[in-house]
Design a protein around this ligand. Structure first.
Ligand code: DC
Length: 237
């Protein structure tokens, strides 16, 4: 078989803590490159929603795998619909982002069989011409051979303020102190779990977005992509 046929599609991983802006940045970079976009947190949220709704027994591994494989997920698209997601034909965009499901997703994400069950669904997103994947373990576990790994972070206060503005903008009444407390709690859980904890992948480039705009971060990532392409001399990216 020809070498270029065997070569896997390129992947750019953007990992980082909650509300670091990974989603927005990844989506814009994917759009610019014409790549597919994977919001892996959304898969954890969808599974959390299903498990919660069905009062599913997470101890039954075979059934869990079946459940994960049977979920029919459709993404909204671009613009205002970029955040939209359908599960088995139903719009669950709002339901997967409630406080309850956010917390529950972070809780089920510590269970090894849950992570294992979701692994292949994430890998399946790697299709030509390429993928931008955002999450906590994209560069460490799911796509360890990615061409470019970025760890996007910001101070917890900056992240809490961003999330606060987002929610207020959507008409959801919240307190910034509460958001900060929950964010720190979630960070701790994501960082301290034994399997696939949130950590800076080896050979990744750290971007601290505390004082940067979305446009500035996107520009930095696109520069990194361009440099990487030059380095690889017309390589995969
Ligand atoms: O990125 P997010 O906030 O939508 O993710 C929701 C939860 O899913 C998060 O608390 C941890 C978990 N998660 C994970 O464990 N691994 C990923 N790659 C993505 C998300």
């Amino acid at each position: 078989m020809n070498k270029s046929v065997q070569k896997k599609s390129p992947v750019i991983c953007i990992d980082g803590p909650s509300a670091s802006g990974k989603g927005e940045i990844s989506r814009r970079v994917a759009e610019k490159l014409g790549y597919r976009y994977l919001d892996s947190g959304m898969l954890y949220r969808i599974l959390a929603l299903e498990v919660d709704r069905r009062a599913f027994d997470l101890g039954d591994r075979a059934a869990l795998l079946n459940l994960v494989m049977s979920l029919e997920i459709e993404f909204g698209g671009s613009g205002k619909l970029a955040d939209a997601v359908k599960l088995n034909g139903e719009d669950v965009s709002f339901d997967i982002r409630t406080d309850k499901i956010s917390k529950f997703a972070s809780k089920i994400a510590v269970i090894p069989s849950v992570r294992k069950a979701l692994l292949n669904r994430q890998i399946a997103f790697r299709v030509p011409p390429g993928l931008v994947a955002d999450g906590r373990d994209m560069g460490t576990v799911v796509f360890p051979d990615a061409e470019l790994k970025i760890f996007l972070t910001a101070t917890s206060v900056a992240r809490a303020e961003r999330r606060y503005k987002q929610l207020i903008g959507k008409g959801i009444n919240v307190k910034v102190e509460e958001i900060l407390r929950e964010l720190i709690e979630r960070d701790e859980r994501d960082k301290n779990r034994t399997l696939s904890p949130l950590l800076v992948p080896k050979k990744s480039i750290v971007i601290d977005s505390t004082t940067l705009s979305v446009e500035q971060v996107v520009a930095q990532v696109m520069d990194l992509v361009t440099n990487k392409r030059k380095e690889d001399n017309g390589g995969a990216l």
